[in-house]
Structure formats: structure tokens, C-alpha cells
Ligand binder design. Structure first.
Ligand code: SF4
Length: 722
């Protein structure tokens, strides 16, 4: 189906969106052979601003590394051969049939991604349950936002990353960012911080590193990695002690407060200091900021007056720094407790939200590519949900499988007795992005059949048996749901190279070859309409959203622009408060691994780097290790000199960057290249199954002394991977 394209002020331009992060900045694309990016000033989320990744996004198009023919790999020789689409798909279908003949429906797994459009995420979930009949589907968003999602559902009965527009940040009095470096990860969003501070508001940033976001803060706290939860307990302790909690709100809009109040009784500031490393006086300063009447804040944007003249409006936003932990769900619940205790959730300019990471991190978790989920954010173990979705799909409810394994558990089971022996990967570069990556790569290599759909030969595609070249970004139309729950339309603006197909075509073609009981649509707008019907009546109901509305309204919020103003999504309308305990990181420093390792992103790269590392306009400096001068002095290294970082799972060597912005007991490595995730810990959060990407115990040595060190203790050194 051909879609009408929105013309821009410059003739021939198409209004579309950035291929990368969850802000989904609006942009215009013009020129088909050599596309150019220009500003789309009218799109409200970014008002024409883009970061350097967005401005250089057209560099993705037409690169020499682009795959344009299906490839199959000879396992004996490792040689790749180009084959026709018919041959490639037949080989995949044969492999699927062989695996399922041997091991039943669950012998085939599907792994999706948080960058896939809503239409693809929906089709992939349907394909797994209907065409393959497998329960074994999950996606890399499990590694990104699942702890916040789990906490949001428990506390509010609903998970929408931000339950309000991002611009509401400008209307708060005190913004608390826990584990977010938005000035680098989504720079256009940082203007809201600047405008908030210009009107007298305060910004608090909590991060083990002093980042460019921390540089914009009135109070920047650098806790020991993995201790954000303890800080939240200490803050709530002080709010209770000072009588700053909103008793009326707690009584009328929440349940569970008495147990929460008891649970923070012993978290006095000095105890918080011992656990977090943050000075007790700074813990008090934070609590005072959250409870002191605003003095110089001026009204903006016509926000409605509230009864909050005597106390500040407070907004707490968490991101991966707080969430990617084995205690991530509880950490988010602890910060939600702070926002609820202050009576802020549902108040315009206040509340709690999660800053989603991946481009379609929100929509990707709503429409059925999660192991426990059906479209519309329905639970797959809910009989009514199964009946509704099966009705839309034209199959019997009993034919749908039940819940499958979560992302890491699924990958960990590949090629084992009882685990899948074949897997199809869409929109994910697992070899770079999985925790404990050397182990997970060995599991991928143990499969009888690995199929990867990608636009380039990613590190994961490179070990596949079949690689299917697919369209990307503005070569196709589809919807994404940004971090605010705003459904946007990424319009087709470029002609794909000949030889590539859409993921939607691949799914439909494979379904037909596998004698699926029902056909699969391939036109995005048709798939979206079906998604709308399947989601109707569910927590994330898209049934009234159309491509036409999205174009006319510049995005449509599912569920409404602002949520929770008068009630939460539990049956009694109340938010739930949970008493949570600080447990700390799963792996604590010891004599062999005395340093905390934390990981994250840099401005010029995105996720596993499969796209940005191939964009010439973006600097690719490779990985590095941020080291504090005190640690660097002990190691005897200077900036640029190689250091070796080892954990119980692996080791890597990269140049040191000696900076005063990191804690002396912590090192930081960006995860866009192979290496960092060979080190990270695969301990899982018990509620969300999120791995602990953000902290583990490490040893750091100067490479100059490495030969001597290894020679002295080879039998004790558990490091096995280079
Ligand atoms: S990467 Fe994110 S912040 Fe940067 S232009 Fe793209 S959507 Fe906007």
C-alpha cells in the first residue's frame, strides 16, 4: 500500500522520525538518492532540535556494508553464499520443521527488539504463537525497561513510561533524575531542564558518574552503583520525620502506606551514607529540596494552579542507571513510594515516570513480543485476553501457547536439553548486547539453526546460518510509541535497495511456507488496524488510533495525554505502595575484584552500534575505561594507556580515560562495542527478569603489569575469555 506523505516547507521533504532513541524526534527527509535531514520545527517533542545521531541518520542509507541478498553460511568452511529469497526462506522453513519434528513447537525460539515498529512487534508475536505455536519468544526490551514496567504495573496497575508529556518537566519545582544521563542520551530533552531552571526550578541528578546531565543539576549525588534504593529509603525516612508526607493523599489514593512507613523507620541519613557513600548532609539536602516551599518559581505554559503553594511539585524520573539491576524493580518502587508519599502522582507537573531507552521501547513492550504477553499489554495467561486475541486472529484460544522464558533465560537455554534448537532474530544484536556475552554467544553457536534478519552483517548475523537482508528506518512506514506513550508515524521517505524485504514480508512469507492456519498482512496500515482490534479493551488500547489521526495530531497518546489524575488502574482505583528492602548488588567487590564496574552509553553511539558504528559522520573512538585519578595513580596509568578490566565472566582491554567525574571505587565502560558485556553480570531481577547490567565486581590492571600478574596467579584467575 502506498501512503500519502506529508510535505514539508522545502518541496519534496517527508515528515518522519529519527531511527534511534525513545524520544523519536521529528525530522524531515528530502532527496531520494542522497537523503538530507532537516528540522521539523512543528513536531512538539523536539521542536526541530536533533542530536548528532539524528542529524547524521541519513548516513545509514546506501552504505557499502548494506546487505542486499540473503546469505547462507557453510558451517564446515564458514563461507557465505548469496542465495535467492525463495531458497533462503525454504531453508529456514525446513530448519524450523526439522527442529519442531524433533523437539515440539517450543524447539523454535523468536527474539525481537525494542527498535521494531509496533506493526512488526505485533506480527512477530502473532507469528510465534500462531504460525510456530511456540511459547519461546521474548525481546531485548526485557533488558532495557522491564524493571520500570514491572514496578509501574504493580504500583499503578499500568505501565506507560511517562504518564504525561515530557514537556511537563518544565512545570515541576524539583526534578529528580535517578540514573539518567539525558543530556548525552537524548540531548534535545535537556532543553526542558534548562527552561525549568530558568524559571527557578531545581534539578537533582543521581548517578555514580558526574555526567553532562549532572553539570546541569543544582544537586548532583554520586552513590555507589547499586544503592539508589537505599537513598530512596533514606529520603522517605526524612520526609516522614519532617511531616512532609501528604496524609490526605495517602489515605484517599493509595494502599500499603503503613508498612512502607515502618520500613523506612531505620533509614536515618548516617546509615544511608554508610551504604551509598553519599554524605548524610546531602541526603538531608535532597529531602529538604523535596519538601521546602518553592520561593522563586514562576508559572509557565498556563499550567493549572494547584493547592501546592506551600510545598513544591516534585517529579521523579528513573532510567537505566536505576533499573538495570537485580534489585531494579524494587528500586523503582522505592522512588514511586517517594512520589506517592508526597502526593504527586497524577498532579500536573509532578509524579513519577520512566525515561524509556530504545526507539520503540514503549510500543515494543505492548503488543505481544514479550514472553508473557498478548497485544494491548494483555497477559497471555488471562483466559479473557486469550479469547479476545484468538478471536481477532481467527484461531482457537486453546491453540495459543502459554508464557515462555524471559530474554536471558531463553538465550541461556538455547541448544540445551529441553531448550530451543533453532532461533529467529529480528532487530537485535545479541552478541554485543547480552550480559555475560561470551556465554550467550556460545549458546547461539550451539543452535542447529540461527536466522538473523538485519540490514548489515552485525556481530550476531556473522555467526548465523541464514541472514535475511531487510529494510530499515525510513525505507518503510510504521508506527512507534515514544517515551511519552505518544504513537507516532515513521513515514517512508526513501526507496529501499533492490534485494531487501520488510520484516513484515519475511514473517508473512515464512508463515505461508509453514502452513499457518491464518494469513499475515504485510501492508503496515493494515497490520496497524489489526493491532488496534487485537488491543481493544486491553491496558494499552490502540483501537481508536489511525494513521490519519497520527498525521493530523502529530502523534496520539494512547490512554490520553495525562494519566492518573483522579484514579489508578487497579480495580479500587488506588495506587499500591510496597515496602521494599535494600539488598545491594548481586556481586559485591572482594579481594580479587575490588572495583565496581558500571556501563552505559556515549553521545555519538547508539545501543550495540550496528548502525552508528557504520555511520561515517559519527566518531567511532572505540571503547574506553573511565578511571578516577586516585585509581589511575595506584595503577600507574594515564589517559590513553591500556588497562585490562576483568570480572568473573570475562576480560577486555581498552585505553584509560582518567577523569575526576567518576567515583574512585568505580570504573565505567560504554557498551556499544564487543567487550563490555563480556564482563557484565547475568544476575536477574526476580520480578522483571532484568539482568544486572549496571554493576558488577571487577579488577583493573595496567596492561604493562599484566604479564607479571597472570604469571603469579594463573590458577586463581578465573578469567577465560579474551
Ligand atoms: S537519537 Fe534520540 S535524541 Fe537524538 S535525534 Fe534521534 S530521537 Fe532525537
Amino acid at each position: 500500500m502506498t501512503h500519502a506523505l506529508t510535505s514539508g516547507p522545502s518541496s519534496g521533504s517527508t515528515a518522519t522520525h529519527c531511527p534511534y532513541c525513545s524520544l523519536q524526534c521529528g525530522m524531515r527527509l528530502s532527496g531520494r538518492r542522497t537523503p538530507e535531514v532537516s528540522a521539523w520545527e512543528e513536531f512538539p517533542v523536539n521542536e526541530g532540535a536533533l542530536c548528532r545521531k539524528g542529524w547524521s541518520a541519513a548516513g545509514l542509507y546506501g552504505g557499502r556494508e548494506r546487505l542486499t541478498s540473503p546469505l547462507v553460511r557453510d558451517r564446515e568452511t564458514g563461507e557465505w553464499s548469496a542465495v535467492s529469497w525463495d531458497d533462503a526462506l525454504a531453508r529456514v522453513a525446513d530448519g524450523i520443521r526439522a527442529a519442531q519434528a524433533d523437539g515440539g513447537p517450543d524447539a523454535v525460539a523468536v527474539f525481537g527488539g525494542g527498535g521494531l515498529t509496533n506493526e512488526k512487534a505485533y506480527s512477530l508475536g502473532k507469528f510465534a504463537r500462531v504460525a510456530l505455536g511456540t511459547s519461546q519468544i521474548d525481546y531485548n526490551g526485557r533488558w532495557c525497561m522491564s524493571s520500570a514496567a514491572s514496578a509501574g504495573i504493580r504500583a499503578f496497575g499500568l505501565d506507560r513510561g511517562l504518564p504525561f508529556p515530557l514537556a511537563d518537566v518544565e512545570e515541576t519545582d524539583v526534578l529528580v533524575l535517578v540514573g539518567s544521563n539525558l543530556a548525552e542520551t537524548m540531548p534535545p530533552a535537556a532543553r526542558h531542564l534548562d527552561r525549568l531552571r530558568a524559571r527557578g526550578g531545581k534539578v537533582v541528578v543521581i548517578d555514580p558518574r558526574r555526567t553532562p546531565t549532572g553539570d546541569r543539576a543544582d544537586l548532583a549525588l554520586q552513590p555507589v552503583p547499586g544503592t539508589d534504593l537505599a537513598l530512596a529509603l533514606g529520603v522517605l525516612h526524612l520526609l516522614v520525620a519532617s511531616g512532609s508526607v501528604d496524609a490526605d493523599y495517602l489515605a484517599s489514593r493509595t494502599s500499603g502506606w503503613p508498612a512502607v512507613q515502618d520500613s523506612v523507620a531505620a533509614w536515618w541519613p548516617e546509615r544511608v551514607e554508610r551504604v551509598t557513600g553519599i554524605d548524610a548532609s546531602e541526603v538531608r539536602e535532597l529531602a529538604a529540596l523535596l519538601s521546602t516551599p518553592p520561593s522563586s518559581v514562576v508559572e509557565v505554559r498556563g499550567a493549572p494552579a494547584t493547592s501546592l503553594e506551600t510545598r513544591p511539585k516534585v517529579m521523579v524520573l528513573t532510567a537505566r542507571g536505576a533499573e538495570q539491576h537485580s534489585t531494579g524493580s524494587d528500586t523503582v518502587l522505592a522512588w514511586i513510594n517517594v512520589a506517592l508519599a508526597l502526593g504527586m502522582v497524577g498532579v500536573r507537573g509532578g509524579g513519577y515516570g520512566c525515561l524509556t531507552g530504545q526507539g520503540n521501547g514503549q510500543g515494543g513492550r505492548e503488543h505481544g513480543q514479550k514472553a508473557d504477553q498478548l497485544p494491548g499489554y494483555r497477559r497471555i495467561d488471562d483466559p479473557a485476553a486469550r479469547a479476545h486475541v484468538a478471536g481477532v486472529w481467527g484461531v482457537e484460544p486453546d491453540s495459543l501457547p502459554g508464557p515462555g522464558r524471559s530474554a536471558y533465560e531463553l538465550l541461556d537455554a538455547l541448544g540445551t536439553d529441553g531448550g530451543p534448537s533453532a532461533m529467529l532474530v529480528f532487530g537485535s544484536n545479541i552478541v554485543v548486547s547480552a550480559p555475560n556475552a561470551t556465554h550467550i554467544t556460545s549458546r547461539l553457536e550451539a543452535l542447529d539453526l540461527l536466522v538473523v534478519c538485519d540490514m548489515v552483517m552485525s556481530e550476531t548475523a556473522a555467526i548465523a546460518d541464514v541472514v535475511l537482508p531487510v529494510t530499515q528506518w525510513a525505507e518503510e512506514t510504521g508506527t512507534m510509541t515514544n517515551l511519552e506513550g505518544r504513537v507516532i508515524l515513521r513515514q517512508k521517505a526513501l526507496t529501499p535497495p533492490s534485494g531487501v524485504r520488510s520484516d513484515l514480508d519475511v514473517i508473512a512469507d515464512l508463515a505461508a511456507l509453514l502452513d499457518s492456519p491464518v494469513p499475515f498482512a504485510t501492508a503496515p496500515e493494515e497490520v496497524f488496524a489489526e493491532l488496534g482490534r487485537a488491543s481493544e479493551g486491553g491496558p494499552a488500547d490502540y483501537s481508536t488510533i489511525t494513521y490519519g489521526r497520527i498525521r493530523d495530531e502529530k502523534g496520539v497518546f494512547w490512554g490520553g495525554e495525562r494519566l492518573f489524575a483522579s484514579s489508578f488502574n487497579h480495580a479500587d482505583g488506588r495506587a499500591r505502595m510496597y515496602a521494599v528492602e535494600h539488598r545491594g548488588a548481586a556481586e559485591q567487590p572482594d579481594a580479587d575484584y575490588p572495583i565496581h564496574l558500571t556501563t552505559g552509553r556515549v553521545l555519538a553511539q547508539y545501543q550495540s552500534g550496528a548502525q552508528t558504528r557504520r555511520t561515517r559522520a559519527l566518531p567511532d573512538e572505540g571503547p574506553f575505561v573511565e578511571v578516577h585519578p586516585l585509581l589511575a595513580g595506584r595503577l600507574g596509568v594515564a589517559t590513553g594507556e591500556p588497562v585490562r578490566v576483568s570480572t568473573r565472566r570475562g576480560t577486555m582491554t581498552a585505553p584509560a580515560r582518567v577523569v575526576t567525574t567518576i567515583r574512585p571505587d568505580t570504573v565505567f565502560i560504554p557498551f556499544h562495542w564487543v567487550g563490555a558485556n563480556r564482563l557484565t553480570n547475568d544476575a536477574l531481577d526476580p520480578a522483571s527478569r532484568m539482568p544486572e547490567f549496571k554493576v558488577c565486581a571487577a579488577s583493573v590492571t595496567a596492561v604493562g603489569s599484566l604479564v607479571e600478574e597472570v604469571a603469579q596467579r594463573p590458577s586463581r584467575d578465573p578469567v577465560t575469555h579474551g
